[in-house]
Design a protein around this ligand. Structure first.
Ligand SMILES: Nc1ncnc2c1ncn2[C@@H]1O[C@H](COP(=O)(O)OP(=O)(O)OP(=O)(O)O)[C@@H](O)[C@H]1O
Length: 296
């Protein structure tokens, strides 16, 4: 089967010797809604721009719908939608002018869907783009990314800097109009709440690679925090299967695991203090905080 997106062992640096992504592999298949997570600077924008063909990796293979996006830019771009936080629409054009431009670019542009989205987002045609608020301009950008019914929608912090209601509206509109008909969506976000609400899969970038790539429900079920009143060091947990991070806090050794409580119980038996160990489920938000704190 041809994947919608295939990144295979991709490596990218901006300055010699400072790699941002190393050996990153990721595939997306039809209908998946994937939340791309990672701390500031983890490489989310870099990965999305490589997927789009806007950036070239120093090593590795990129395929969009089976094509090299740099060799076939027009062929792949017609099947894509893209919105980013810092995207700038031509400020001198009216909204209608921007829509006209997009209608001409995309043979699959759907006028009925355009009208539906314009009504939902309360977008008028006569205003100059340069006079729109940040939220209004982003609505126009989302409309332009969706109305040709792309097979893949790439969203790089699409609602960054906007209020919670606007965030919810953008993502839910995208999912409602696209995922329902089998399109694939990859969106980067710092908002766990957004990811938990709409993603079916989570991909976490950390330390230049993919640390987690899992079905969201499975991740929720198998994520636990193990705490031991132990004299052991953080290294005692680090080598165990499924342990993503560990640290000592206030004399307590704690580690996060993504292979379920049973697996943890079976592995920590030999550690000092194991008889007093507590193994509890934790939220994904807490998992990511533990990873940020426990893998430095
Ligand atoms: N054009 C560039 N030139 C040099 N370094 C860059 C450039 N773009 C990004 N970087 C560096 O690459 C790293 C990854 O940046 P990137 O924007 O991909 O991360 P991100 O996960 O999207 O971050 P954020 O969540 O803050 O948006 C950062 O250290 C950044 O400083």
């Amino acid at each position: 089967m041809t994947h919608v997106l295939e990144l295979s062992r991709v490596t990218r640096c901006y300055e010699a010797g400072i790699d941002v992504l190393v050996d990153v592999s990721l595939t997306l298949d039809p209908g998946e809604v994937v939340g791309l997570l990672g701390e500031n600077g983890a490489g989310k924008t870099t990965l999305i721009q490589i997927a789009l063909g806007m950036l070239t990796p120093q090593a590795g293979k990129v395929r969009l719908f089976g094509f090299d996006p740099q060799a076939f830019p027009v062929r792949v771009k017609r099947r894509l939608g893209y919105v980013s936080e810092d995207q700038v629409l031509p400020p001198y054009l009216t909204v209608e002018g921007v829509l006209e431009m997009h209608r001409a670019l995309f043979p699959t542009w759907d006028r009925a869907l355009e009208a539906q989205l314009a009504e939902r987002f309360d977008i008028g045609g006569r205003e100059k783009v340069g006079k729109l608020s940040k939220g209004q301009a982003r609505r126009v950008a989302v409309l332009c990314a969706i109305a040709h019914r792309p097979e893949l929608l790439l969203l790089d912090e699409p609602a960054g800097g906007l209020d919670p209601a606007a965030r919810r509206e953008f993502l839910e509109t995208a999912v409602q109009f696209l995922a329902a008909e089998g399109s694939t969506i990859l969106f980067s976000s710092h908002q766990m709440e957004d990811v938990e609400r709409i993603a079916s899969r989570v991909c976490l970038l950390h330390d230049r690679g993919v640390l987690i790539d899992r079905d969201l429900d499975e991740l929720r079920e198998t994520t636990v925090l193990a705490s031991l009143p132990s004299a052991s060091g953080a290294d005692d947990l680090r080598g165990l299967t499924g342990c993503l991070a560990s640290r000592v806090v206030g004399g307590e050794l704690r580690g996060v695991f993504i292979e379920g409580a049973e697996s943890v119980r079976g592995q920590i038996g030999g550690l000092s203090g194991a008889q007093h160990a507590r193994i509890t489920p934790i939220s994904l938000e807490d998992l990511f905080i533990e990873i940020a704190e426990g893998r430095r």
